[in-house]
Design a protein around this ligand. Structure first.
Ligand SMILES: NC(=O)c1ccc[n+]([C@@H]2O[C@H](COP(=O)([O-])OP(=O)(O)OC[C@H]3O[C@@H](n4cnc5c(N)ncnc54)[C@H](OP(=O)(O)O)[C@@H]3O)[C@@H](O)[C@H]2O)c1
Length: 445
């Protein structure tokens, strides 16, 4: 029988208790986040929820003595789907078997809560349609920015506005590396090594450093906040591994620092198009984006009526992420099973992602010094219609490998790329020029 919120519920009843009977919860994936969720649910803080089952492969090695005695341990996903748990919490990660677990749980009449960004970014719409068809919820607050309630903020708290820009620092690993390069003068390689030792970075850091992790999160925010569906692969990613210590010195001269910025903005005056990217960028020191230290996350959201709002906090970690998961569980307990998923009907459909946005740029050249270099760069930039804003050269570098920087006035990225292709053919480069956009205080270009 379905558990429904009682119309006659007393105002004295504990918040979220559904008709007096708590909703039962099965956790699948007893790792960093799964353990934290179990810890919160075992604390007795939330009488509307009862932990009933924990599933993990090789479950014997996972058992702990601090969960309540009645909790069933299993390594069988089939047992979870066949159980009478009201809500399945998917915390295995990866596309499969997580996707299959979620589909079959929804078909079996269970609501689902997940932290799985890759799955939601890739198959979220299909899964939400399925949830809706079965009159169950699929909630995924923890999939973006861990403990920061940003999905609910853009979907519900700011639903009265027409949001047009979301910019954020959505990957704590990259932020840790960049802030250590900036603050302690570490090289990229040393900052990465340190992040790995401290457990902030995976042994294979590609998904973080090259932007794929943040791309999945910005795609979820594009759907949740800007109301459009994008193809994940259409969002360009650029790695932070091209950033060098010297870039932070030059960035400071420009009253900026460098962050991996995930960014999406409706194209002004163009229907069904937005610009989006995940890339390193110069951000003004006065900007909220510059003030995020270490492994923290931050998102700024801009709306037509309400202006800019900024959200920050722990973007990862078992306990902060567990809070997001349990808050989703409580939301289901409050509304009751059978509430409709309300995300799908708000989407305006598939939109194309433009990558040719206009912004000022920072370009770092590393050259074997000789007379006439600036003149030949200026000639080629000018031939492409690009205006130089400033030329910066700090003393103390080896002339055989001399870094210096040009900032250029706002131009389309395609124009700068074409100019840099020509410039790269010149004979004095020690390595390829490195260009990043210079963003405004709200992450705008
Ligand atoms: N960690 C964070 O800070 C964080 C933040 C936000 C979102 N998330 C998301 O939360 C999810 C879980 O992350 P996590 O950090 O907790 O990962 P984790 O520590 O690796 O835990 C995953 C757990 O799932 C189990 N598992 C994996 N595949 C399984 C399968 N096929 N059948 C049964 N059990 C399986 C693993 O078992 P083994 O022990 O055998 O590997 C492990 O116990 C991911 O989607 C992640 O992206 C994590």
């Amino acid at each position: 029988m379905q558990k429904q919120k009682s119309d006659t519920a007393s105002l004295d009843a504990p918040e979220g208790v559904v008709g007096g009977a708590p909703l039962t919860v099965a956790i699948v994936g007893f790792g960093t986040v799964g353990r934290s969720v179990a810890k919160v649910l075992s604390s007795g803080m939330h009488p509307s929820l009862r932990l009933a089952m924990i599933c993990n492969r090789g479950v014997e090695r996972k058992k702990v003595d601090w969960v309540p005695r009645g909790v069933e341990w299993t390594e069988s996903i089939e047992a979870v789907i066949g159980s009478d748990a009201d809500i399945v919490v998917e915390l295995m990660g990866g596309l499969e078997p997580a996707g299959e677990l979620i589909r079959r749980s929804l078909q079996a009449g269970k609501s689902v809560v997940t932290a799985n960004k890759q799955l939601i970014a890739t198959h979220g719409i299909e899964l939400l349609v399925l949830a809706r068809r079965h009159k169950r919820e699929l909630l995924f607050e923890a999939s973006v920015a861990g403990g920061i309630p940003i999905v609910r903020a853009v979907r519900e708290g700011l639903a009265g506005d027409r949001l047009f820009r979301i910019a954020g620092i959505l990957n704590g690993t990259c932020n840790y590396i960049l802030t250590r390069m900036d603050g302690a003068g570490l090289s990229f390689a040393d900052a990465l090594k340190e992040a790995q030792v401290l457990g902030y970075a995976e042994a294979d850091p590609t998904a973080d450093v090259d932007g794929y992790d943040a791309r999945a999160k910005i795609a979820i925010l594009i759907a949740s906040g800007l109301g459009c569906q994008v193809n994940l692969d259409d969002i360009p990613c650029r790695s932070i591994s091209s950033i060098n210590n010297v870039d932070f010195m030059y960035a400071r001269r420009l009253d900026c620092t460098i962050r991996q910025v995930s960014w999406a903005e409706r194209a002004p005056g163009v229907d069904r198009q937005l610009f989006a990217s995940v890339r390193p960028a110069l951000v003004p020191l006065s900007s909220p984006l510059a003030r995020v230290e270490g492994s923290q996350n931050l998102v700024t959201v801009q709306g037509e009526f309400g202006g800019a709002n900024t959200f920050s906090g722990f973007g990862a970690g078992g306990d902060p992420t567990a809070v997001a998961i349990v808050s989703d569980l409580m939301s289901i307990a409050r509304t009751g099973l059978g509430a409709e998923a309300h995300f799908v009907q708000q989407l305006e459909g598939q939109v194309s992602v433009g990558t040719d946005f206009t912004s000022p740029h920072y370009v770092r050249f590393t050259v074997a010094d000789r007379p006439g270099i600036i003149a030949s760069l200026a000639t080629l930039l000018s031939a492409h219609g690009i205006n130089i804003d400033a030329v910066l050269q700090l003393p103390g570098h080896d002339k055989a490998e001399l870094p210096f920087v040009m900032t250029v006035e706002a131009c389309p990225l395609s124009v700068l790329d074409a100019a840099l292709a020509d410039i790269n053919a010149l004979p004095f480069h020690v390595c390829r020029p490195m260009a990043v956009p210079i963003l405004g205080a709200q992450g705008n270009s």
